[in-house]
Structures are given as C-alpha cells and as structure tokens.
Design a protein around this ligand. Structure first.
Ligand code: SF4
Length: 70
C-alpha cells in the first residue's frame, strides 16, 4: 500500500505516530517522517491512523483498487 501525508496540513498532533509507530514518526515537535510504502502487515494500523488524523492529512492509496481496474 502507498500513503501520502500532506505535510502542509499536518499539525503534528501525533495521533498517527501513536497508532502506527512503525510507519509514522515525529521528529521533534512537528516534523513528521513516514514510510510511504508501508508493509501490508501495518494496513489496519495505518487505516486507523488515517482515520484518527484530526486534519485528514493522511491519504491511503490502496494497490488493490488499482488491480481491480479493467
Ligand atoms: S495525526 Fe495527522 S496531524 Fe497528527 S502528526 Fe499525524 S498526519 Fe500530522
């Protein structure tokens, strides 16, 4: 799966880093680092993190959707 975080929106609330620490990390107070291609094993946590982000800065692009296109 692929994720994109809109860092202009991100306000460093760190909900994502709390819910999926292997994917999202806060560097200092507000610099978010993240893995743009997280392992499938983290899917549920990544989806929870995206849902929990107060400013909806996390966009999840699902590879499955692409394979379903004809
Ligand atoms: S939860 Fe949203 S606002 Fe907070 S650090 Fe993560 S991406 Fe940024």
């Amino acid at each position: 799966m692929r994720i994109v975080v809109d860092l202009n929106r991100c306000l460093g609330y760190a909900q994502c880093a709390f819910l999926a620490p292997e994917v999202f990390k806060l560097n200092g107070e507000e610099a978010l680092m993240y893995d743009p291609n997280p392992d499938e094993a983290t899917r549920l946590r990544v989806l929870r993190a995206a849902a929990a982000c107060p400013v909806q800065a996390i966009v999840v692009e699902d590879r499955l959707d692409e394979t379903h296109k004809v």
